[in-house]
Design a protein around this ligand. Structure first.
Ligand code: B12
Ligand code: SF4
Length: 361
């Protein structure tokens, strides 16, 4: 059997945002699902090791003088034979070009995928990128890696652009969209290196039927089953103790059959005990749906805090002054106060006939 170290490394890079923005803090706890999906599928190709570097979520790895990942050090530590760039956001493209130049100088093959490159293959290929992937990358990445390993030509790989004899070549997009999203593997966030994962991006629906002229998102709407999404969540909870999820879907309405995803986006999985629905079934009334929000809030604002108030008041001076510990005794007051407010809100809602009128309408 061949030594594992003979296997080539495919590094997927999620480029840094150009500056601090409102997503910067969240980005340090999450990552880009598209890059992880491509890496997950690539990691199942024999002969390839895979890692993902998310420049926006990069804690302990080697850094350059600007505080960004030091790719020279990364190459010394673990040389990549192929690097793939996530190009979903135009704002990060200049960073991709900068990195592609560096990797090209190192003799590394470069691949780019994502909405920006899909629309601008020519521009991308002029910036040290060897191949542009159009559309979903899961199927085509296996073909590209196999071709690179065996030294085969890319002529027969569908849905990619590349340069040949100074001319751009565009292969017809036979597989721009994955035929069945239920076939996709669960995203493997374990491939992410030097990152801290708190919020797990997951998705069920791709494409959009609305065709707004200003929008980059195109393609026939397609979706995995809600069961597939739940299975993904379950697997992430069981394997990675995931607690918080972010559903990246643009338009959940695209799937009329399985209904709209309701509060899963807002609820931490640890609080979910199966006693309320995460999907709005057709037979659920608006009032029942409204009750879901109350149930959720009741997890935090509960009547038991009433007992906690005197207990915390007694233990506070001991903990704070003697044991020198921080003590949030006032939380119990907030929890109980919140509980009283929820009760008032519930009573008000019970009298409110608007919901029934809305239902009839
Ligand atoms: C979730 C999301 C976010 C999240 C996370 C972003 C992230 N990096 O994942 C957050 C909330 C942070 C976000 C922020 C922003 N977003 Co946003 N976001 C999305 C959204 C809705 C889904 C992305 C997603 O996860 N899709 C699911 C995955 C599986 O698909 P994918 O990413 O396309 O990846 C597949 C392929 O593209 C390809 N692929 C991708 N990378 C690679 C790499 C390789 C090597 C290969 C082979 C293939 C490949 O294969 C993947 C798997 O099939 C998209 C819309 C959309 N539907 O794509 C907008 C979208 C990407 N966002 C957009 C924008 C504009 C922004 C903001 C700039 C908004 C703003 N004004 O603040 C900010 C970015 C801030 C910044 N600093 O630049 C635009 C991008 C347009 C553009 N040309 O830049 C989009 C397309 C929305 C739109 N309707 O126009 N966004
Ligand atoms: S994703 Fe939103 S903005 Fe883009 S085409 Fe669909 S509905 Fe329009």
């Amino acid at each position: 059997m061949r030594d594992k170290n003979d296997w080539s490394l495919f590094r997927v890079v999620i480029p840094a945002y150009p500056g601090i923005n409102i997503y910067s803090r969240q980005a340090r706890k999450t990552t880009a699902l598209g890059a992880i999906m491509v890496a997950t599928v690539a990691s199942k190709v024999w002969g390839w090791r895979v890692e993902v570097i998310d420049e926006n979520n990069y804690g302990r790895g080697p850094k350059d003088k600007n505080g960004l990942p030091d790719h020279m050090a990364l190459q010394k530590e673990n040389p990549a034979a192929v690097v793939g760039f996530y190009c979903g956001l135009t704002s990060t493209i200049e960073r991709v070009w900068q990195l592609a130049k560096f990797y090209r100088q190192q003799g590394v093959a470069t691949i780019a995928g994502g909405w920006h490159t899909h629309y601008c293959p020519e521009e991308t290929l002029q910036h040290n990128i060897d191949v542009v992937v159009h559309g979903d990358g899961e199927i085509v990445i296996q073909q590209i890696l196999n071709a690179l390993k065996q030294g085969d030509s890319w002529e027969d790989i569908p849905g990619i652009s590349f340069m040949k004899n100074g001319q751009i070549k565009f292969n017809l997009p036979e597989m721009l969209e994955n035929p069945d999203l239920n076939d996709l593997p669960f995203p493997d966030f374990g491939l992410l290196k030097y990152a801290r994962m708190k919020i797990y991006p997951i998705g069920r629906i791709r494409g959009c039927s609305m065709n707004c002229e200003f929008c980059i998102v195109k393609g026939k709407p397609r979706w995995a089953s809600t069961q597939h999404l739940f299975d993904t969540v379950k697997w992430l909870v069981e394997t990675r103790r995931a607690r918080h999820f972010f559903i990246v879907d643009d338009r959940s309405e695209e799937d009329p059959e399985e209904g709209r995803i309701f509060p899963l986006e807002l609820v931490s999985w640890s609080k979910y005990d199966g006693s309320y629905p995460c999907f709005k079934p057709d037979n659920m009334s608006v009032r029942e749906l409204q009750e879901v929000a109350i149930k959720l809030m009741s997890r935090f604002y509960n009547p038991w805090s009433f007992i906690g108030i005197p207990l915390r008041t007694i233990s506070f001076p001991i903990d704070y002054f003697i044991r020198g510990r921080k003590h949030y005794w006032y939380r119990e007051v907030i929890k109980y106060g919140g509980h009283l407010l929820i009760q008032r809100w519930r009573k008000k809602q019970e009298k409110d006939k608007f919901m029934e009128r809305l239902e009839k309408y």
